[in-house]
Design a protein around this ligand. Structure first.
Ligand SMILES: Cc1cc2nc3c(=O)[nH]c(=O)nc-3n(C[C@H](O)[C@H](O)[C@H](O)COP(=O)(O)O)c2cc1C
Length: 160
């Protein structure tokens, strides 16, 4: 059976909640690894400052991804989410199939999603789908539909 890695960073818990919902759905059909990106817990003002500096990273735990399919879950932070940026700097995404999931407060999420999708594409990752979830509307049905699409695509890819 094919493996799927779900890699997430979450500071206030919204992305973690979404990552866990995706995990619970996908684990019915696949062996799924739920991997958390961790870093020092900086105060809000420091995160906010760093989020304005594109491409800056922070020290994170070592994150090993071995699956062909990776679901990357992250929050929308101004221009930059440093722990995710660090992860993207260290990981080899060549020919990996990526699903990008972003939770956000309420603005500028589409531009940010394009920016990170391009970062992933420059690392030769194949961005198959993007899910944007507003933190005030963590809709389980929508997440379920998204994971069904992932499951179908992964199964189809397997059989071709
Ligand atoms: C430093 C920082 C910057 C943020 N910038 C934005 C933003 O530009 N647009 C937006 O819609 N939400 C923004 N948010 C809100 C988060 O995207 C939202 O709360 C998200 O769900 C947080 O995910 P988490 O709980 O997994 O950390 C920001 C939050 C933080 C902490």
């Amino acid at each position: 059976m094919l493996d799927i890695d779900i890699v997430y960073f979450s500071w206030t818990g919204n992305t973690k909640k979404v990552a866990k919902l995706i995990f619970n759905e996908l684990k019915r059909d696949f062996k799924v690894n739920l991997i958390e990106i961790k870093s020092k817990n900086y105060p809000y003002i420091i995160w906010l400052l760093l989020s304005f500096i594109p491409n800056i990273g922070v020290k994170i735990n070592s994150v090993k991804v071995n699956s062909k399919v990776i679901v990357i879950c992250m929050p929308k932070w101004t221009f930059n989410c440093p722990p995710i940026t660090s992860f993207l700097k260290q990981v080899n995404l060549e020919n990996k199939v990526i699903y990008l999931v972003i939770t956000y407060g309420g603005f500028d999420e589409k531009r940010y999603a394009r920016y990170y999708a391009n970062k992933i594409k420059r690392k030769k990752g194949i961005v198959k789908d993007i899910l944007l979830i507003k933190r005030s509307k963590i809709d389980e049905e929508r997440i379920k539909k998204f994971t069904e699409r992932i499951a179908n695509e992964v199964k189809t890819d397997l059989s071709t």
